[in-house]
Design a protein around this ligand. Structure first.
Ligand code: ZN
Length: 134
């Protein structure tokens, strides 16, 4: 079951300067920064009520975030939905014909299991499913 929009991911060139902008914008401090080695990204999280904002900066040229920014510039990169059972949701979406970018959930930032759905099947929006790891 899809529970809510968990966070919106925003691709940024420079995490430190983007953090300053979003701290001002949201009038709240970043509560967590995390390097995700497998994705080659640095992330920063902000609480915005029931949802979060995730800033992502690539840490190498072959990072998906760096490639995204080189192609499209900074901006909204993905929308993440919290799910109660990521395996069940992945099965359901596969049966509905969506292309999953990973066959098994992987460990993402912020203590989550995650899976991405190809934007080609979602009207150009990269979708992330995420489930809190207990
Ligand atoms: Zn995300």
């Amino acid at each position: 079951m899809i529970e809510k929009v968990e966070h919106i991911g925003i691709a940024v060139k420079d995490l430190a300067s983007a953090c300053k902008v979003y701290e001002k914008l949201l009038n709240t401090g970043c509560y967590k920064t995390e390097h995700v080695a497998s994705e080659r990204v640095d992330t920063a999280f902000f609480n915005t009520g029931v949802n979060k904002i995730e800033l992502l900066a690539g840490t190498s040229e072959d990072s998906a975030i760096t490639k995204f920014i080189n192609k499209k510039g900074e901006g909204i990169h993905h929308i993440a939905f919290a799910v109660d059972d990521i395996y069940a949701e992945m099965d359901r979406l596969k049966q509905e014909g969506f292309t999953l970018l990973n066959e098994t959930p992987k460990k993402g930032a912020d203590n989550k299991l995650i899976c991405f759905v190809h934007p080609i099947d979602a009207n150009g929006v990269l979708i992330e499913l995420c489930q809190e790891i207990d």
